[in-house]
Design a protein around this ligand. Structure first.
Ligand SMILES: [Zn+2]
Length: 308
């Protein structure tokens, strides 16, 4: 029984094939037909001529961990056609972490103390299940979140007992359904984490069928070394690596993707590597004096209220 017919749109189906003019019939929550669809008794028709008809978009790089709980309608994403978000990127996830002090930047990007209230990853996923958001979510565990939860100081490598605790929480998250671990090695909470620390944790990912995504340690002068560090972590763990929001930053590095993209292509030939990129020609991050100095232009898109 057809419920809806999207009539005469340009279908881009996500297969990589060319777009084509087609009707789409929907029965319940399933696509029933794509092609020439006859009128059907009781079906509501939408004239899609002059429009694109596409499957929902997957927003692979988000910090929507808290947004899914706080604004489950997710209008900001749904209104753009996004139907799945990947959360927990850049080393920061809302869980597993209970906070007693203000979250250190960049953890404050996703929430305040009160939002960091899930000691186990399963509790966060249960909260999502209790009041499901309008979108699907695939959730990463943040390496920086694990560090903040396990370490007394972040400006050094994790000690053995701390690493064991991080591994235990990561394992709990993977068992609960996390799809991978992210790192944000450029940021203070993780900058002093050596490659060995990442590799020790990433070793847990393969048995879970999970992947490793990384906001690499340095996207400016040392971008090549940082890419190689990321590939090495993936090879050591035997897991796919995703280079997050790939770019080269700072005026002196403009255009260096001519160097980095061939490196990434070479890595793709020997291991599973992917990347994502911003849909705009800029970098988006926490503002610091150093960032401002090497930028051509700075645009403040949000901040905490600081009238002074
Ligand atoms: Zn990032």
């Amino acid at each position: 029984m057809t419920d809806w017919i999207l009539r005469g749109g340009e279908v881009i189906d996500g297969s990589g094939g060319p777009r084509r003019r087609a009707d789409v019939a929907i029965a319940g929550d399933r696509i029933a037909a794509v092609g020439i669809v006859d009128k059907a008794e009781g079906a509501r028709e939408i004239d899609a001529s002059g429009k694109i008809v596409a499957p929902g978009f997957i927003d692979v790089h988000t910090h929507d961990d808290r947004a899914l709980i706080a604004t489950p309608a997710m209008v900001a994403k749904a209104s753009q056609g996004v139907t799945t978000v990947v959360t927990g990127n850049c080393g920061i996830s809302l869980a597993p972490l209970l906070l007693e002090d203000a979250p250190p930047p960049p953890l404050d990007l996703i929430g305040d103390i009160a939002d960091y209230r899930y000691e186990r990853f399963a509790e966060y996923l249960e909260a999502l299940d209790r009041s499901p958001a309008a979108l699907n979510a695939a959730c990463l565990v943040g390496h920086s979140t694990l560090r903040v939860g396990a370490m007394s100081a972040l400006d050094r490598p994790a000690e053995r007992a701390e690493l064991a605790q991080m591994a235990e929480r990561l394992q709990e998250a993977l068992d609960a359904g996390a799809v991978g671990m992210s790192s944000g090695l450029a940021y203070d909470p993780a900058f002093r984490a050596p490659a060995a620390e990442i590799e020790a944790l990433a070793a847990l990912l393969r048995p879970a069928g999970a992947l490793y995504t990384t906001h690499v340690r340095n996207e400016s002068h040392a971008v090549i070394d940082s890419l190689e560090e990321s590939f090495a972590a993936g090879r050591a763990a035997g897991v796919p690596v995703v280079i997050s929001h790939h770019k080269t930053i700072g005026r002196e590095n403009f255009g260096r993707t001519a160097e980095t993209l061939p490196r990434i292509a070479a890595a793709m030939a020997r291991q599973e590597v992917g990347l994502d990129a911003y849909p705009y020609i800029a970098s988006s991050t926490v503002l610091s004096a150093a960032q401002a100095e090497r930028a051509l232009k700075v645009l403040v898109t949000w901040s905490k209220s600081a009238p002074e």
